[in-house]
Design a protein around this ligand. Sequence first.
Ligand code: PLP
Length: 229
Amino acid sequence: MSIVNNISEVQQKIAAAAARAGRSPKDIALLAVSKTVPEDRIMEAYRAGLRAFGENKVQEWQTKHLLLPQDCQWHIIGHLQTNKVKYLDDSIALIHSLDRFALLEKLNLEGEKRQIRWKTLVQVNVARDEAKAGLEIEEIQDFMDSVHDFPYVTVHGLMTIGALNAGPEETRGYFRKLREIRDDLLTKGAGGPDGLPHLSMGMSQDYETAVEEGTTIVRVGSTIFGHRN
Ligand SMILES: *Cc1c(COP(=O)(O)O)cnc(C)c1O
């Protein structure tokens, strides 16, 4: 299947899952994960109407984004090393992987230096995965409290990968958990003036479940661009 067809199938499935959950499909953004995908294939997705693309390696993003139209919105979705922050610029729409205090400090420092206010999501290890992708649930409240001291970083919600190799119902439980954590944080005053509107959850395997559980951004790679190594 072509990239254009893949995208329209994903969009239809998002709309169907939204309908099942009584949600508007307009409230769910499709982020095309373009890591390892060459520019010409990203352009096919662009021509199909997509503008938001997710990359997980800063070096790869650096070379790629210059070759693509300027109205692309780039999202950083992978582990971000502090020594790579200086290469990012204001074409970064959202950093999904704010996962530690050192990164918060570094983003603020670089943001102040270059007058960029980074939009971020805090990544949470809801599955208590041993690879420790994200903050542990117990750490989040303190982390959210400290964000207020860093004016060049704003948090707009939470992100999780869930668990790789989990069954569908286990995955649903993790997505539900992330939403509950968000709701709980809101009652305790976390987040900016707009609260914590975003939940970034759902990948090729499980984005329909994520839509049913309240995601606002699904991160879909292989289902759009085809399988990769
Ligand atoms: C690669 C990646 C995705 C996309 O995964 P697919 O299974 O190809 O849809 C989503 N989120 C993150 C953090 C990723 O690294």
